[in-house]
Design a protein around this ligand. Structure first.
Ligand code: RB5
Length: 165
């Protein structure tokens, strides 16, 4: 069963229980990485927790909720190996997985309501990474993250032979 790590901040916590229930109803195992109250906190704490959980391989995917989805996704993206996307509509959520192989979805409880959030989550979970030319681009992102300019150039030069992609 696909294991999903979820977290929020004190603003995003408003949507979290309903999103957890929805994701469970779709057949996924969901673990809450906090917080467990709406006491003011800092979104990087929770972006880091879920980012590390997903990269550790103990979890397959992550979902993060703050006021806008921005701060918590930026924080998760500081963890090497995380590709977190913030979405406020389903199309980008779907494409972010198909093309960019995102492993964390974020959204904002001040931006989307529950029903739209559920559509975004379902579109993201239903989509699969398409690989092929998209894998090359994801690998280029990985080389940037690793600071490996030689690897980036190696992939880039192999790309130039296939510019039509
Ligand atoms: C908290 O006030 C707010 O900044 C946070 O939930 C989020 O929107 C940050 O990106």
């Amino acid at each position: 069963m696909t294991k999903i790590a979820i977290a929020s901040d004190h603003v995003g916590i408003e949507l979290k229980p309903a999103i957890m229930a929805y994701v469970q109803s779709l057949g996924y195992e969901v673990t809450d990485f906090g917080p467990d109250s709406a006491v003011r906190t800092d979104y990087p704490i929770y972006g880091k927790k879920v980012g590390e959980a997903v990269v550790s391989d103990d979890y397959d995917l992550g979902i993060l909720i703050c006021g806008t989805g921005v701060g918590i996704s930026l924080s998760a993206n500081k963890v090497a190996g995380v590709r977190a996307v913030v979405c406020s509509e389903p199309y980008s959520a779907q494409l972010s997985r198909q093309h960019n192989n995102t492993n964390i979805l974020a959204f904002g409880s001040r931006v989307v309501g529950l029903e739209l959030a559920k559509m975004i989550v379902k579109s993201w979970l239903d989509a699969e990474f398409m690989g092929g030319r998209h894998l090359r681009r994801v690998d280029e992102m990985g080389a940037i993250e690793a600071g490996d300019d030689a690897e980036f150039e190696r992939i880039r030069q192999s790309t130039e032979a296939r510019y039509q992609d």
